[in-house]
Design a binder for this molecule. Sequence first.
Ligand code: NAP
Length: 281
Amino acid sequence: MAKSVIAKAVGLGINFIDTAAVYGRGRSEEFVGRAIRELGIREQVFVATKIPGDWHRFDDVLKAARRSKERLGLDVIDLLQLHWPACWHNVPICETMRAMERLVDDGVIRYIGVSNYPLQLLQTARECLKRSDIVSSQNRYNLIEREVEKELLPYLRREGITLIAWSPLAKGAVTSKYSPDNRPRGDLRENDPLFHPDNLREISSKLIPVIKELSAKYGKSPAQIALNWLVMHDNVVPIPGAKSPEQVVENAGATGWRLSDEDFRRLENVSNSLSITYVTW
Ligand SMILES: NC(=O)c1ccc[n+]([C@@H]2O[C@H](COP(=O)([O-])OP(=O)(O)OC[C@H]3O[C@@H](n4cnc5c(N)ncnc54)[C@H](OP(=O)(O)O)[C@@H]3O)[C@@H](O)[C@H]2O)c1
């Protein structure tokens, strides 16, 4: 399936592939690497991966990057991201960034990115770098979860750092498939706060009706409406996850057209009216 999803994506002109060491404990990187080799598409894709916050000591960063590169089977990792801060490991941020810069100098990686870093830590991380800079920040951003707009996104825009939006479909919550009576089963979403009945009730009673109305108006699917709203933001690149080639085709169809400014604002207003809580127990 990974190979057919990637083949379909590249055929449609999608060239950015995002994976991480922790996805399936290395298996996702292996699948991506194998697909790229078997399809012969190395020159057409930009491959990003991530190393977890538990491996941010100097030597661990070098070791983790080497292992990711091997699993991916690449000449060079295009973008290496620090997946989340070294929360409880107490590694000074400059130690980690020195290792990242070493990887650029040694030709193991091309660019440095961070993910889930608060603004102040991102700023400090940049100050640690002498010869390189951080080119991207990967954060959760979708029609329901918009905290990045408060301080991070304005800073990234000013500094020319790309925001890579993860879970741009709110893990499927904005696609109109789910409701309090029809929650996802058999995967991590069962315990995800966004899919708690209270939150799903809020989403399906306020946001989904507007998405469905716009879906009918533009002749686009709910997923395409939600993704188009995101790509209309300067400096934001969404990375929707796809479980099938059909979903890839649909998600690629979120570009090449635009919601009107009025409809864009309508989505924003209904999104502002949502009352979502992560305190679910
Ligand atoms: N940096 C981080 O900490 C972090 C964290 C999470 C994710 N990510 C990255 O972000 C990517 C996307 O995130 P995500 O997969 O969590 O969330 P997402 O893109 O918001 O949602 C993906 C899910 O939505 C459903 N879907 C996708 N396309 C659809 C379509 N066209 N119509 C209807 N449903 C559709 C699929 O699930 P169903 O069909 O089963 O509903 C799919 O698994 C990941 O692949 C990963 O690379 C990064």
